[in-house]
Design a protein around this ligand. Sequence first.
Ligand code: PLP
Length: 389
Amino acid sequence: MTQQSKYKMIYLDNAASTPTDSRVVEAMLPYFNTIYGNPSAIHPMGCHSSDALENARRQVAALINCHPEDIIFTSGGTEADNLALLGLTAASVTKGNHIITSQIEHHAILETCHHLEKKGIQITYLPVDRHGMVAPEAVRDAIRPDTVLVSVMAANNVIGTIQPITEIGAVCREKGVFFHTDAVQLVGHLPVDVEKSQIDLLSLSAHKFNGPKGVGALFARREVPLSPIIFGGGQEEALRSGTENVPGIVGLGMAAEIAGSEITSESARIHDLSLKLINGILNGIPGVRLNGHPENRLPNNINVSIPGIEGEYLTRELGKRGVCVSTGSACSSGTHEAPYVLLATGLERDLANCSIRLSLGKMSDEDSVRQTINILSDVCSRIRAQSVI
Ligand SMILES: Cc1ncc(COP(=O)(O)O)c(C=O)c1O
C-alpha cells in the first residue's frame, strides 16, 4: 500500500497528461481486435481501418478549421514539432536558413532548434515580457530575407500564458514567412482557427485533451514545403512513413470531436474553478505570487511561487497528501534545473525554484478545489513552521 492510498487522489497535473475519456476508450476498442487490418491493405478489413483514419482526420480538422488532407498523424506533439522544424528547413535550403522562435518554447522545439544550429541553421530566440508574452513587433523586427519559419507556441506549458498568435500570424503572412505554432497545450481547451489566425503549421497531441498517449498530428498547409523525417512505406502522403496507430488515431479523432462540442462549457467551468483556486491560494498562503499572464492564460493552468518553499519538496509533500501537482513541465520534472520559462520572464532564481504548477481538468470540481486550498495551506504552514525552528 502506498502512502497516498489513505487519501482520495486529487489530480492537478492535467497539463502533463489527462485521463482518457471513457467515450474515447470505447471508440478505440474495436480497432485492437475486431477491425485490425492494415489501413494500407486493399481488402475489406484494411478499408475499414483506412475509413476510420479518414474519419479521424475529418474530426481533427473540424476542431482547428482546416482541410482534412492537411492533417498528418504523428506519434504526438514532440514528433509533430520535429516534423515542422526539421521538415521545413530541409525543404527550404535554397530559400534560407534562419528560424525565429521564443525562449520559452517546450523542449520539443528548443532541442530541435539546438540540433538544427549544429547543422548550420541560424536561430533567433525571442525574449518574453514579465508575463511570458512574445511581442508581435519583435517577430516583425527579427524577420530577415533568409527567414524560412517563425515558430511561437500558442500557450505555454509551464505558466499557461497565451501568445498573440493571430497578430504573429498576420505579421508572418505580410512578410511571406511560414508560421508554425506548437498548440499542444491550447488545442481542445480553447478554440483555435488556423484560417483566422493565418497559421501554416500547427502541432497537437491527443493526451493533453483526454485522448490517448502516443498520438498527435501536424497540420501543414499543402503549399508549405516539407520533407519527411521518417522514411519507409510512404504512409501519410509520404510525410510520415510507418503503419498508422489506428486505435490511437481513432481515439485522437473522438477526443477532438468531444472537445469541439464541449469546449465552450468546459472552458468556462474550468476558468471558474481556477479563479476560486487562485483566490484561495493567494488569500490562504502569505507571500504567494501568481506567475504568467494575469488574464491571457489557459483556463486550466495555475503557476505560483511560494517564497521559502522549494517547489520540488512541496510537490513531494503534496503527493503524500494525495494531491498531484508538478514543478515545471512534465518532461523536465525530476531534474533540478530552475524552470527556464520562469527565468525568461525575469523571475529571480529563488522564486523560480519555489514554484509549482496546478493544472485542472475534467475531473476537477468545487470539492477538489476546496480540499486543495486547505491541504496546500496546511502543508505550507507546516513547512514554514519547521524551517523557523
Ligand atoms: C507545449 C508542448 N509541446 C509539446 C509537447 C510534447 O507533446 P507529446 O507529449 O505529445 O510528445 C508538450 C508536452 O508536454 C507540450 O506541453
